[in-house]
Write a protein that binds this ligand. Structure first.
Ligand SMILES: [Zn+2]
Length: 257
């Protein structure tokens, strides 16, 4: 993988920097990126202005959306219309998401991470305030993707601080969590939230009681559910069945790496 984004031909075609960034990052992505979900070493681009997704894999058909920015990935990522995102989550049409950070002085990729589509749930989408009366699109409601609510397992690094991760390692990270794709978004939302809570504990081995301490947090995300504890146990059992966790007996669990 070559991290250089610069292409003098494309650069010269545009005077607007945002268009340059878009075209340069798309060209780079199309040439350098492989499919994390299968063994395909290439991704193809959709025709310009294709709704939502930018690329697809000719091998497995997975779709990818690319978003580039020069600033680091903070707690939240600004995204498009809130209703479009929520509908895509409900209809299971949300593509996988690639987040690219570039260095604007050297025109190189500094960070690239993948958020697999099955980590998109309502819990990680924040509704923004409607645009004010004076704005051109007054009343329009956008959304933020709350990166901080997505477990680390759902933020797979391909490039980290200019360091390129091995392709097979990226694919193995994907594979480890791809069991989530078998669940509908409403059920997935519970599992992803529990994965997030486990991560917050920051322990390889933890107890059921420790996860119960997140009861209040979970009831905020799932206000219609009155049986938080049984729901927690159900998710832990599922994660154990999927070999994400190991049950050690006496209410103790261990993360499998
Ligand atoms: Zn593929």
């Amino acid at each position: 993988m070559d991290l250089s984004l610069f292409d003098s031909r494309i650069f010269g075609l545009y005077s607007s920097n945002s268009q340059r960034v878009r075209r340069l990052s798309e060209r780079w992505f199309g040439e350098e990126m492989f499919c994390p979900a299968c063994n395909s070493d290439e991704l193809d681009s959709f025709k310009p202005n294709h709704p939502v997704a930018d690329f697809y894999c000719p091998g497995c058909g997975e779709e990818y959306q690319l978003k580039s920015q020069k600033t680091g990935f903070g707690r939240r990522i600004l995204d498009g219309a809130y209703s479009t995102m929520i509908n895509a989550i409900h209809n299971e049409t949300q593509p996988n998401f690639f987040l690219l950070q570039y260095d604007p002085l050297q025109w190189t990729v500094s960070n690239l991470l993948i958020i697999p589509k099955f980590f998109f749930t309502e819990s990680v989408i924040e509704q923004r305030k409607p645009l004010s009366g004076k704005a051109r699109r007054a009343g329009w409601v956008g959304c933020n993707i709350l990166l901080s609510e997505i477990p680390l397992d759902g933020r797979i690094p391909v490039v980290k601080d200019f360091h390129i991760q091995d392709n097979e390692k990226v694919r193995s990270y994907w594979k480890r969590v791809s069991f989530l794709s078998e669940k509908k978004s409403t059920e997935r939302s519970w599992i992803v939230d529990i994965m997030h809570c486990i991560e917050e504990l920051n322990k390889e081995s933890f107890t059921l009681d420790e996860i119960y301490t997140f009861e209040e947090y979970l009831s905020k995300h799932h206000p219609n559910n009155r049986n938080i504890k049984p729901k927690i146990r159900q998710q832990l059992q599922y994660l154990r069945d999927k070999k994400y966790l190991r049950f050690q007996g006496k209410g103790r669990y261990q993360l499998k790496k």
